[in-house]
Design a protein around this ligand. Structure first.
Ligand SMILES: [Fe+2]
Ligand SMILES: [Fe+2]
Length: 290
């Protein structure tokens, strides 16, 4: 196999929306409906984004040379979106710190994971990015599909998460298509094996690190031990049960013919555009990354 046709929807446009959040008054420390466990898991996720998404950008851009024109264009748009996400989550994290949370331990764990990647070949980092981009895309799908996930949240914070979710869906195929291009001379078996093993590893790290991060933030709110575990596990796995609900889509990743756009969720993008408060900036207004 020397090349492949992109499996993204032909009509898809990846549009960076240069939104800014948090300009008004600071939200409460427990911005997610006053709930310790809900605030903790979203804050724990946000802590990973500035450095994590910079790593995604680096991993994908390592393979942009020689990419076919549509893929090269998608990589540019992906990069621009992720750079803006990093900026806005950095600001979000600063607000969490200003409200009294100490994110040092969570940040150190992100550094620890990223340091491992530096010793690995670029293709392994691309596979890790592709796995984590699948994670963000299926979390994003849930977030937009079921309003219960952001029920009670501060309006502007909720808007930030919905904006990020929409763009994650929009660019969900880019890391995967970059991988298909980069590994076009590999056998199907080798591709499947590397893709699957790295997904298993990333899943373990994701679940362990985000759970530990959320528990650490809950500790800072005075909730510890079995009570903390009970609240957090109930929130993640029972109601609203985000982690349980992404299980089916997560498993699809291991199917031999998997592609992120085999699940076409553009209706969620359309619904987001129809209800967002800020509206989308026209693409031409956004300076695209080189
Ligand atoms: Fe992102
Ligand atoms: Fe992303």
């Amino acid at each position: 196999m020397t090349d492949h046709a992109l499996q993204r929807p032909a009509a898809l446009t990846i549009t960076p929306r240069d939104r800014r959040f948090g300009g008004g008054s600071s939200p409460d420390r427990l911005w997610h409906g006053g709930r310790v466990e809900a605030t903790a898991i979203y804050n724990a996720l946000s802590t990973t984004f500035p450095k994590g998404e910079a790593y995604f950008v680096e991993s994908v851009r390592a393979f942009r040379d020689g990419a076919p024109p549509q893929l090269a264009e998608d990589i540019k748009a992906f990069t621009t979106q992720e750079v803006i996400h990093s900026r806005e989550h950095d600001r979000f994290n600063q607000r969490a710190q200003a409200s009294g949370y100490d994110l040092t331990l969570l940040d150190k764990q992100v550094d620890f994971r990223l340091a491992i990647g530096r010793d690995r070949p670029p293709i392994v980092n691309l596979a890790a990015t592709m796995a984590l981009e699948h994670f963000t895309a299926i979390l994003a799908h849930q977030l937009l599909a079921d309003p219960r996930h952001l029920e009670g949240a501060d309006a502007e914070a909720a808007e930030l998460w919905r904006w990020h979710a929409a763009e994650e869906i929009e660019h969900k195929g880019v890391a995967f298509d970059t991988w298909l291009h980069a590994t076009r001379h590999w056998s199907r078996w080798k591709r499947w094996k590397v893709k699957s093993l790295i997904m298993l590893l990333m899943t373990r790290n994701f679940l362990v690190d985000r759970t530990a991060g959320a528990l650490e933030l809950m500790r800072q709110d005075g909730v510890t031990g079995m009570k903390a575990w009970g609240k957090l596990l109930h929130y993640l796995w029972v109601r609203p049960g985000m982690f349980r609900k992404i299980g089916g889509e997560w498993a699809r990743y291991f199917l031999p013919g998997f592609h992120p756009w085999n699940t076409d969720d553009r209706h969620l993008l359309a619904a987001y555009e129809a209800t967002t408060q800020g509206g989308a900036e026209p693409a031409k207004k956004v300076r695209r990354a080189a």
